[in-house]
Design a protein around this ligand. Structure first.
Ligand SMILES: [Zn+2]
Length: 234
């Protein structure tokens, strides 16, 4: 079934509202989606808080991060989105967030690893991107294509990456999938920190991550999660 531009734009609006409601997105952070008919274009709101995103605030961008349709001031960090879409043809939606539960991992470099079955969607171990490595002292924002491309290289073929002292990115084939991965990453961070405070957690084995990834977060389980979120926040 073909996805229409209207459906994708609605998903971007919903995705922002859902992750704001879930406390994954704060005042800053954003959800985008690739244009269904033009792989070289994507939709991302103009600069506003996620709860304020509506069809009217959406801008259309090319893969250089230039606005091609819509009005308003774009997010400085639009290059996170443009460079990931450029590097990853399989990605249809990108989330950038600073969920409080993952920030201690971004601050300490402690590996974030799946600690429960749904956590497998973050991948076996989340890679770290440090803007210091290539760019030295900055405002910490990903404000140009070079920084976005560097971050996309760290993401590689994975679903998630942590930005040292800043936050995280989650990507998926669709908005429901990137939203689901973001919510699971937030939960995994909280659960892992709690478990580490108690002792030495038992992480999923590599085989469990692989098998869980084939079942959870796809098909009917993913539909069920999206239906729940739309019911609560739609
Ligand atoms: Zn940020």
């Amino acid at each position: 079934m073909m996805t229409t531009v209207e459906e994708i734009r609605r998903d971007v609006v919903l995705g922002n509202h859902i992750l704001a409601g879930e406390g994954v997105l704060d005042v800053f952070g954003h959800v985008s989606a690739r244009h269904p008919d033009r792989p070289d274009r994507f939709f991302l709101s103009r600069s506003t808080s996620p709860a304020q995103v509506s069809d009217e605030t959406l801008l259309e961008f090319d893969l250089d991060g230039k606005v091609v349709a819509g009005e308003g001031h774009p997010y400085l960090e639009r290059f996170i989105h443009s460079e990931i879409y450029k590097a990853r043809p399989d990605v249809g939606s990108v989330v950038h967030h600073h969920a409080p539960s993952i920030m201690p991992f971004a601050a300490t470099g402690t590996p974030l690893r799946p600690i429960y079955h749904l956590g497998a969607v973050i991948g076996p171990e989340v890679p770290f991107w440090d803007s210091q490595d290539e760019f030295g002292d900055t405002s910490m924002l990903v404000f140009n294509p070079e920084m976005g491309a560097s971050l996309a290289r760290t993401l590689g073929k994975g679903n998630t990456a942590l930005l040292k002292r800043h936050g995280a990115i989650c990507v998926g084939e669709t908005v429901p999938r990137s939203v689901f991965i973001s919510a699971c990453m937030r939960d995994n961070g909280e659960l892992q920190a709690n478990a580490m405070a108690m002792g030495d957690p038992d992480f999923l084995s590599a085989g469990e991550v692989e098998k869980s990834n084939k079942v959870n977060g796809w098909g009917r389980p993913l539909e069920r999660a999206w239906e729940h979120y739309c019911r609560v926040y739609g």
